[in-house]
Design a binder for this molecule. Structure first.
Ligand code: ADP
Ligand code: MG
Length: 140
């Protein structure tokens, strides 16, 4: 199986509740390695750019508000099948539908404040990593 990198973000609802360590532990327990990490309080322009794919969705305004409401922790995770593995550990977008043991089942407040982001495909992983990190910040 291929070693991949994926982009992960611990959202403001989670940093506010001091869950950075607990969420990172779940990622590490799943076999993912944090190869880059920094705390960022994103601007409105950064949030709008990052989530541009959703700009026509009815929840876009709410999404930008929640993502700029406090600091996030942006991370690059590395491991076997990292993109899919991270999505599995995250759980479903709506915590009401998330499986037992997933981050969103355990920690998410609502579909909007669902504690984590994770890339959904190799192309988006590459784009999202490049959006937040330069090559020299990725330290395997
Ligand atoms: P995921 O984060 O699981 O990849 P999406 O890419 O579909 O989910 O949506 C991006 C983010 O937008 C979600 O994580 C969530 O914070 C927010 N979101 C999605 N759907 C809704 C909704 N119906 N109402 C409010 N916020 C939503
Ligand atoms: Mg998504």
């Amino acid at each position: 199986m291929a070693i991949e990198r994926t982009f992960s973000m611990i959202k403001p609802d989670a940093t506010r509740r001091n869950l950075t360590g607990k969420i990172t532990a779940k990622l590490e327990e799943a076999g993912l390695r944090v190869v880059a990490s920094k705390r960022v309080w994103m601007s409105r322009a950064q949030a709008e750019g990052f989530y541009a794919v959703h700009k026509e969705r009815p929840f876009f305004g709410e999404l930008v508000e929640t993502m700029t409401a406090g600091p996030t922790v942006v991370q690059v995770l590395e491991g076997e099948n990292a993109i899919l593995k991270n999505r599995e550990v995250m759980g479903a977008t709506n915590p009401a539908n998330a499986a037992e043991g997933t981050i969103r089942k355990e920690f998410a407040v609502s579909i909007g404040e669902n504690s984590v982001h994770g890339s959904d495909a190799p192309e988006t992983a590459a784009q999202e990593i490049a959006y937040w990190f330069s090559g020299v910040e990725l330290v395997g």
